[in-house]
Each structure stands twice: as C-alpha cells, then as structure tokens.
Design a protein around this ligand. Sequence first.
Ligand SMILES: [Zn+2]
Length: 442
Amino acid sequence: MGILCYNYLAVKVRRTTVKMKCSRIARVERKTRSYILVSFVAFAGAIALAGVPFLQARAEGYVWESAYTRYRFAVDAASGSGDCMQLSDVALYDETGAAIPSSAFKLSFDSGLHGLEGVSATSPDGEGPENAVDGDTGTKWLDWRGGRDATEEQRAAVYLEFRFAAPKKLSGYAWFTASDSPDRNPSAWRFLASNDGASWTELDAVTGFRSSDAFRSMAFKRNFADIPLYRFKVDATKFPDIAKLVEEKFRRPIEAMSPKVMTLLDGEGAKWTGGEITIIPTDEKGCAWTTGGGKIWLCNGFVKRCPGEVVGACLHEFGHLVQDYRPLEGRADPYDSGPGWLCEGIVDWVRWFHMEGAEGIKDANEGAKKEPKFDDGYGTSASFLDYIARTYDRDFVAKLNKTCRDGRYGEGVWKSLTGRTLAELEEEWKTFLKGLDSATGK
Ligand SMILES: [Zn+2]
C-alpha cells in the first residue's frame, strides 16, 4: 500500500505502484522500477532545500517530561448548544500521580470583560474561576464567554493558568463536569505549558469531546503517558471536502491508535519525542503513501471507494514514519535497512495482527495460506512475522525493526533472534498455515 515508502531517500529509489481492491486483504500488484541518482549528496541537499524535515521519532524523553512554571487549561468551545461554558474542577497531578493542592500554585485568569450582550460579567456571582481549584465538585466555574454566541476573542479569554514558583513536572491533568447542563461542558480544549508566559507548548489538545452525562459530576482525566505523541492534522488546502471527511471520520481514530503502533514497533518503554503528522488528500491514483517528513498522502478515490480501509492504511504509513529507516553514513550501501518485503511486512503485522481485530488476523493468515511466500510483503509477510512472534518471542518484531533501522540487517538475524534459520522458519510457518482452522484463521 505504500507507494513511496521512504524509498526516495535511497540511492536506489524503488517506485512501487500498488493497486488495491476493497477486500480486507487486498491483492497487491507491484511494479518495480529503479532510479539511480547521480549523487546522493545532491539529492539530500535538494531535500534540505525543499525544507522537508525528517521525522524525529526518538529522543531522550517525552516533551512533557520537561518542567514548566506555568500551565494553562484553555477551553476552546462548549459542547455546542450551551449558553456558556462550565465545569466544576480542574486538577493537576504531580510526577507521582498525586493531585497538587491549590496552595502549591497561584491561579491566574483573564477577568477582562468581553461582555456578551446583556451580560455584564464573565461569571455569575459565586461561580468564578476560583471554584475550579477549590477541590469541591459541588461548586462550579461558569464563564459566559465560552458559550455558543461567544466570539473567538471571548473564547480565547476562557482559561485557567496555574503558576508555580519553580518549574514543576506533571504526569497529567483532569477536569470535572458540573452537576447539570452537559451542553455547557467543554468540548474542545488545550493544555499548555510555558516558562515565560510568552511562548506556550501544547501538551494536549482535544476536540469534538462529547459528554452526555447530566446531573452527575464526572472526570475527564489525562495521563500524559496515554496522550498520543503524534498529533495528526488534515491538510485542507487542495481538497477541502475530502479533508473535512477525513477530519470528521478518520483523524481521531488514527491518532488514538498511533501510540500502539509505536509500542509495537519499538517495544515497551521506548521513548519518542512526538510531533505532528499531516495527512494530505491527493487526487493521484493509489491508496496512501509517505515520503517521510511527517507527511502521509491519502488518495481521494481511495477514501471514497474504501472508507473501511482508511484508518488502517494511514496507520500503515504512520508505521513507516516510526520505522524511520534512513540512510546511514559510512555504509557501502547507505540504504541498507533490510529488504522491502520486510519493511512492508513489519508495518502490515502491526496493522492486521494488532489493529484490525480477529477478522484482520484471519484474513491475513488465510491470504498467506493461498500462496505462502514469506517474502511476498504486506499481509503475507505479516503472517510469517506473527507466527515467529507468537512462537518464539513476543518482542521479535520490535527487535527486527531495530535491526533494520540500525542498518544491521542480514540473514543471520533470524538465527540470532530465534535460533532458527530463515529457511527453517519458513518451513515451520508453512506447516502452521496448513494446519490452520479456516473457520478461525488462527
Ligand atoms: Zn508501505
């Protein structure tokens, strides 16, 4: 499904054209052409000039492991029909997960009057922002500037700022609803951090949140460790209608599943910096592809033809971004990250065996059974990898992925990770496929 899966970085650029049908495991037709670039250096320079940033998938820690002196909970919108915004409490949690008492910070807010018509205050008497940090969900903070009729300028003033005397690390935050009118609950908000009050880092952003529960206080709690490290956005420049559809139907599930892709590819406890991924609708033929730089192209025809495949296809491409196979200096062949079938098999293993549920597993194994060639790429190679992961080592794929990324791939890796040669593993896998119960695919 990847058309230009990173290969543009290579000395040898393989352009792979893929046609997919709407079946869950598609028949894949590939054409391979090779382009020899005159000079890799010139090519890299051209990329640099074009301003394509490389995705920095790994670094020393989560961005929010940084300590800040200021945090902001900024409400961007109430649930829609509410005449104001309201909530009962906002809580911050320290590094150990304990709630921080309000005596530990100074609360700051914007009390400037951006009067709504007929309303001369930002909050009714006794329902000011101080209530949001009193630790009592029986009181509430109500702000007229966060309702349906508020202007953007008014909404921008609806925030709470927590100021600490010294930089403080947080593990998460939460907000609690008030006890009535769910249409006044925040439906979009950001959690921001700063050390100077001028430049702010967005630690979390939620849009389209719906809470239906009335007359009962409930919490929306975020542990930073659970927040997707990569924010996905959809580029609406060229195809606004498709972009809107992707934004409304697919962006959030993709973003929500992205941390699992990362964990599967790099193992538990790996660290990433996070960043932004842009999904760009295009009218070119195909499904989806990436060329690195945090960009995923998604074909308009594919979105219309195969809506059920969009999330999986984007997660496949996101997997390539996390794989981050790039040329390494000092290699005879700078693009030596293992064979293409393995690159594709690894991300399709994530997709079919961990993202698409039992049906996906069944389809991938059944597809592999028809023509068991471990190096066929995509779902078939994914079936091969899954057999090994389940038989020998559940972290096998993450280890293999690291080997490829580090430019250490060679056939010996199969033996060193499993004690079996590639040929032996292939025979075992074929036997496993033959014994598959076609009713379950497992
Ligand atoms: Zn691919």
